[in-house]
Design a protein around this ligand. Structure first.
Ligand SMILES: [Ca+2]
Ligand SMILES: [Ca+2]
Length: 249
């Protein structure tokens, strides 16, 4: 009996030892930017776990790409490696000018496995507007032509981004913020709309059914400017807190 227990213990020990040696699979937990522009050579940052073990980065469809840097990544305030990852890859990707694809997926291959592919939308140049700081209050609000999605970022802790749009009486304004679902660390984006008198008209953080992509739909009662405010509900910001503000049909 003792012998059997000893053998079992020994087997268990070697199993545990073998398990310890199995490399962990890599994970991509955040990316920047969230979308790639057609016809441009772009620097894409991938953030996550075990990424420094990279042997290859693959894309679907195949594109010219190269790993420029692999390094440890500092943790944003209040986040753990499990939430935010602790390693970063900097990858240069060339999206050809005649690229017919609307999306490209990147995956990181390591001896421990391959990440789940991370999909990026490919957008034509000039199809997206870019946030400009300072835009931290109503007086500094950045004009937004809602015909183009606005790419922005919660640049630092407590950053607030304010955009001014023209409201029209009786015409629905439907906007949403896409962040966490697209690979940003703005894990709890907050969206609010104020009228020209500075009154809060609507606010959302976790709209039901769409994860952390808050959305607001309002019908102004009169013509005039409306102020759309994007922030992080936990006041966290930094280099990985990108978002996209867009209108909905
Ligand atoms: Ca900002
Ligand atoms: Ca700002």
């Amino acid at each position: 009996m003792i012998h059997r227990i000893a053998v079992a213990t020994c087997l268990f020990a070697s199993f545990a030892e073998a398990e310890d040696k199995t490399p962990e699979p890599p994970k991509i937990l955040a990316v920047a930017p969230l979308r790639l522009v057609v016809g441009e050579t772009q620097t894409v940052r991938l953030r996550g776990l075990k990424l420094k073990d990279v042997t290859e980065v693959r894309s679907t469809p195949p594109m010219a790409l190269s790993v420029k840097e692999k390094k440890d990544a500092a943790l944003p305030n209040g986040l753990t490696p499990k939430d935010a990852g602790d390693q970063e890859l900097v990858v240069e990707v060339i999206v050809p000018a005649d690229c017919p694809a609307k999306t490209v997926s990147l995956e990181v291959v390591t001896p421990g496995g391959t990440t789940i592919p991370r999909e990026f939308a490919i957008v034509p140049k000039d199809e997206e507007a870019r946030e400009k700081e300072p835009n931290n209050g109503f007086r500094e609000a950045q004009a937004w032509d809602t015909g183009k999605p606005m790419a922005g970022s919660i640049d630092a802790d407590k950053d607030v981004d304010v955009f001014r749009v023209e409201g029209h009486a009786g015409k629905t304004l439907a906007v949403r913020v896409v962040a966490a679902a697209a690979g940003s660390l703005a894990i709890d984006p907050n969206l609010s709309v104020f009228d020209a008198d500075g009154r809060l008209r609507s606010s959302a953080d976790d709209s039901p059914g769409i994860g952390n992509n808050p959305q607001i739909r309002i019908v102004p009662q009169r013509d005039g400017p409306l102020f759309i405010v994007v922030s992080d509900a936990n006041d966290r910001g930094g280099a990985w807190h990108e978002y996209r503000l867009e209108t909905q049909p």
